[in-house]
Design a protein around this ligand. Structure first.
Ligand code: AP5
Ligand code: MG
Length: 213
């Protein structure tokens, strides 16, 4: 099953993608997590990506597309994957469609997690992220078992550098301008469905599972 998660920053793409990946035994591939891991390791890619991410801007397509096409060609992605945060622009979606059709493959589902902007701004300040395994928590809605520590891998939880309110607003603007057109793109491919992301986490997941089967 090949799945793309769509939705604004903070809509819950990562939260749901992790649960889907676990249920169906497929990898969760988040470009944001890949960039953050590179920033943490101080790689050349990480240094370049950080310049854009800290400003709430998208990392250029040429740094992103090859990385994802390479990742989905790995053996663990043979039976499918959940792409979280990619594609994010029409050129990225076209690059993905092209790479897949060269192998007679296609995206099976694009899931749009919908949450209004004002709700998102409130959510982001309470988010805590694990930069080691990509798990995401919320101080109120989804707290870790032990304060400040990741349930999954035991690493320290942090507030992401791009979660300052002014950067969140900028990311939302970028989302509406550059990523929202993908909803039309995948609707035309006949693979899109929407879920109400304002419900609690388990209810959102139940709605997704009902559609995926
Ligand atoms: P990325 O890491 O993808 O960030 P994003 O799209 O802005 O989305 P987030 O990770 O912030 O939110 P999410 O939807 O995953 O929500 P989450 O589950 O954490 O990208 C970061 C940056 O990297 C970009 O700005 C860009 O610069 C760059 N980048 C990445 N991919 C790129 C690409 N393809 N091209 C170019 N640049 C790229 O949930 C949010 C919070 O809410 C959490 O605290 C969570 O616990 C809580 N929560 C989740 N669901 C619920 C719920 N139902 N009710 C209450 N709380 C909830
Ligand atoms: Mg995320």
């Amino acid at each position: 099953m090949r799945i793309v998660m769509l939705g604004a920053p903070g809509a819950g793409k990562g939260t749901q993608a992790k649960k889907i990946a676990e249920k169906y035994g497929i990898p969760h591939i988040s470009t944001g997590d890949i960039f953050r891991a590179n920033i943490k390791e101080g790689t050349a890619l990480g240094r370049k990506a950080k310049e854009y991410m800290d400003q709430g801007l998208l990392v250029p397509d040429e740094l992103t597309c090859d990385l994802v096409v390479d990742r989905i060609s790995q053996p663990d992605a043979e039976n499918g994957y959940v792409l979280d945060g990619f594609p994010r622009t029409i050129p990225q979606a076209e690059a993905l469609t092209k790479a897949l059709s060269a192998r007679n493959e296609k995206i099976d589902y694009a899931i749009d997690v919908t949450v209004p902007d004002d709700n998102i701004i409130k959510r982001m300040s309470g988010r805590r992220a694990c930069l080691k395994c990509g798990a995401t928590y919320h101080l109120v809605y989804n707290p870790p078992k032990k304060e400040g520590i990741c349930d999954t891998c035991g690493a320290e939880l942090v507030l992401r550098d791009d979660d300052k309110p002014e950067t969140v607003q900028k990311r939302l603007n970028v989302y509406h301008a550059q990523t929202q057109p993908l909803i039309d793109y995948y609707t035309k491919q006949g693979v899109l469905f929407s879920v109400d992301g304002t419900q609690d986490i388990d209810k959102v997941f139940a709605d997704i599972i009902a559609k995926l089967g």
